[in-house]
Design a protein around this ligand. Structure first.
Ligand code: SF4
Ligand code: SF4
Length: 161
């Protein structure tokens, strides 16, 4: 069976945000989570007339390549709504040929992680004390915040914000 992925011609990304919003809406992801994130590099000056400023729309581990849509023969919702038409879904072998023809793109095969996907936001601080902030959103839309901490003397404990 062919492996599918996304070819993203980031050279023409305008950071409009349509891919992020449409992905989030399609999958019902909570605040702060999404299947694609647009990262920026710049602006920084090269010379008097030239600036460097790139945007990188990067699929995350929450990208399932729009499995429900693509199973019906539709393109992923991010590709559908990209105002610059720079996201292409297809077989990796075919996309690689396009990449060879035009550089300054990237080709990615996201690896979906559904268990980490919903309702939990974890950041681990690598200190002597291990901390993890979390955000839980219930079906009512109510959000609670808190922190899980580990202390060598006290052990594990929770705080609510
Ligand atoms: S392919 Fe689908 S799941 Fe992946 S980033 Fe695009 S909209 Fe999100
Ligand atoms: S929708 Fe297209 S142009 Fe807009 S931020 Fe996403 S990749 Fe870039």
């Amino acid at each position: 069976m062919a492996t599918n992925g996304l070819l993203i011609d980031y050279e023409y990304c305008t950071h409009c945000g349509s891919c992020e919003v449409s992905c989030k809406e399609e999958h019902g992801y909570p605040v702060g989570k999404g299947g694609i994130k647009v990262l920026g590099d710049g602006p920084w000056k090269i010379d008097e007339d030239t600036w460097n400023w790139n945007w990188y729309p990067l699929p995350t581990d929450l990208c399932d390549l729009c499995a429900d849509r693509t199973a019906k023969g539709k393109e992923p919702i991010c590709a559908h709504h990209c105002l610059s038409s720079i996201i292409k879904y297809g077989e990796v072998e075919e996309l690689a040929k396009e990449l060879a023809r035009k550089p300054k793109q990237f080709l990615i095969v996201p690896q979906y992680k559904p268990l980490e996907a919903r309702g939990q936001f974890v950041h681990v601080d690598k200190g002597t004390e291990h901390r993890a902030a979390h955000m839980d959103i219930s079906g009512t839309g109510e959000a609670t915040f808190g922190a899980h901490r580990h202390d060598a003397k006290v052990g594990d404990y929770e705080t609510e914000a």
